[in-house]
Design a protein around this ligand. Structure first.
Ligand code: PLZ
Length: 444
């Protein structure tokens, strides 16, 4: 048992982490994104233990994965049991029931009161790629619409769908064709004000889609119901509904990319449920696997059956260990009401972050839902000029004190909080005290 407490035993990084950082430098590609150089040897609940014995509060959850907590008991038990019976056969070769049971669960949990089917993959990007394949096969059309600030992955197709060049796309072109980027309803930065955002953003969307692409050429609109890497941007209220109606009118497949926001993170099973919108297809990964890699594409049965037989698959997709982990993670979310806990986390974080925003005018906005909350940092003069340097300094200050925070945002000026949903509230209060300290230190 790891005590759910922040404990610093050495200065950071300790000698063990420093030694591993050296070995890494010699052998791991320098192009692989670097974290905070604290090397982990154990984790439980919301605590990460580094090789020097320091205990860190994890407000990143391995980028939104550890929603059920690190080493969640049901997941550990299910994976251990599965590993002792069989580890891999390939569902396309010798199938097994875990895959089917998980598809049943996905049909049951995802929004939409209609027949649904799923296919299982290894990572979020792969689920998104397959959503595009399925939508093209179903509609017989080529074009795909994505949004400003979107993040959908690092494969060739999903790089094209991801908005930000640095570091995701630089030097990696040419990119896949027929991807069109349209404006996102980003309330905080909408030029005429948040209150006009949904309608104006949609009007611009519909006009550009008509003039530049043509509705009859569009297979899918792919959108994150809350944008993740792009800065935890919650679309202006009503925008998603307008998109839904427009897609229905034109026979276009609406894909919700819930890779980061899905599975109880935002206080509901899926973030799009807050919008009262039902997508045709939904992509999931991250929290779904409870720590093991798995991703899913779920949606209307007729759409999911559109590709040619054999058109979807992959050696590892729906690996038995990952299916067992996912079933245990879903059971944990259900029996521990983790969506309900996310709502409680939201209350705590908003209370603490709004209080900090009163003190620090650099906090331009507190936003997000459930346990997916962020602050956007800007110049304190009302200009909303992004402050990436301050963001970096605050995240580093938290790191030095044993609280792992992640930044995000197109302008690198957003600090996001993605705690495990099982986190003790005392631990979260402690993390907020640390954030406050780090803020005070960074602004001097
Ligand atoms: N769709 C909405 O958030 C992954 C990636 C971080 P994979 N986000 C974290 C990084 O720097 O690589 C993500 C997402 C949304 C798709 C993906 C892609 O999921 O499992 O990383 O492929």
């Amino acid at each position: 048992m790891i005590e759910q407490k922040r404990i610093l035993r050495t200065s950071l990084p300790g000698t063990g982490s420093a030694a591993l950082a050296e070995r890494r430098k010699a052998t791991v590609s320098a192009a692989v994104s670097g974290g905070n150089d604290l090397y982990i040897t154990a984790a439980e609940g919301a605590i990460l233990v580094d090789v020097d014995g320091n205990q860190h509060i994890d407000l990143g959850s391995g980028i939104g994965v550890a929603s059920v907590g690190h080493s969640a008991p049901r997941v550990v038990e299910a994976v251990t049991k599965q590993a002792t019976s069989f580890g891999h056969t390939c569902f396309m070769v010798s199938p097994y029931d875990g895959y089917i049971e998980l598809c049943e669960q996905l049909a049951k949990r995802t929004p939409g009161d209609f027949a649904k089917k799923s296919a299982l993959f290894n990572a979020g990007a792969e689920a998104v790629e397959n959503a595009v394949k399925v939508a093209r096969a179903y509609t017989g059309r080529p074009a795909v619409i994505v949004f400003d600030h979107a993040y959908h992955g690092r494969t060739n197709l999903t790089m094209a769908m991801t908005a930000k060049v640095q570091p995701y796309k630089d030097g990696f072109g040419p990119f896949a064709p027929e991807i069109y980027r349209l404006p996102m309803a980003y309330p905080y930065r909408w030029p005429t004000g948040a209150e006009n955002c949904a309608e104006e953003a949609f009007a611009e969307f519909a006009s550009k889609a008509h003039i530049q692409i043509g509705e009859d050429h569009i297979a899918a609109v792919v959108i994150e119901p809350i944008q993740g890497e792009g800065g935890f941007i919650v679309p202006a209220p009503g925008f998603m509904k307008l998109l839904r109606e427009w897609c229905t009118t034109h026979g276009i497949v609406l894909v919700a990319d819930e890779v980061q926001a899905g599975f109880c993170r935002t206080g509901k099973w899926f973030a799009i449920e807050h919008e009262d919108v039902v997508p045709d297809l939904i992509t999931t990964a991250k929290a779904l696997g409870g720590g093991l890699p798995i991703a899913a594409l779920t949606g209307r049965a007729d759409i999911m059956d559109a590709p040619v037989p054999g058109g979807l698959g992959g050696t590892f997709g729906g690996n038995p260990l990952s299916c067992a982990a996912a079933l245990a993670a879903i059971e944990t979310m259900e029996s521990e009401d983790l969506a309900g806990r996310a709502v409680q986390i939201e209350e705590l974080l908003y209370r603490r972050l709004n209080a900090m925003a009163e003190k620090y005018p650099q906090i331009g906005e507190v936003r997000g839902r459930g346990a997916m909350i962020a602050i956007e940092l800007v110049a304190p003069d009302g200009s909303k000029t992004p402050d990436a340097a301050l963001t970096k300094a605050v995240v580093a200050g938290c790191g030095r004190r044993g609280v792992l925070m992640l930044s995000c945002g197109s302008y690198g000026n957003v600090i996001r909080m993605l705690p495990p949903l099982v986190i003790d509230f005392a631990l979260l209060e402690d993390a907020m005290d640390v954030l406050d300290e780090a803020f005070a230190e960074a602004i001097g």
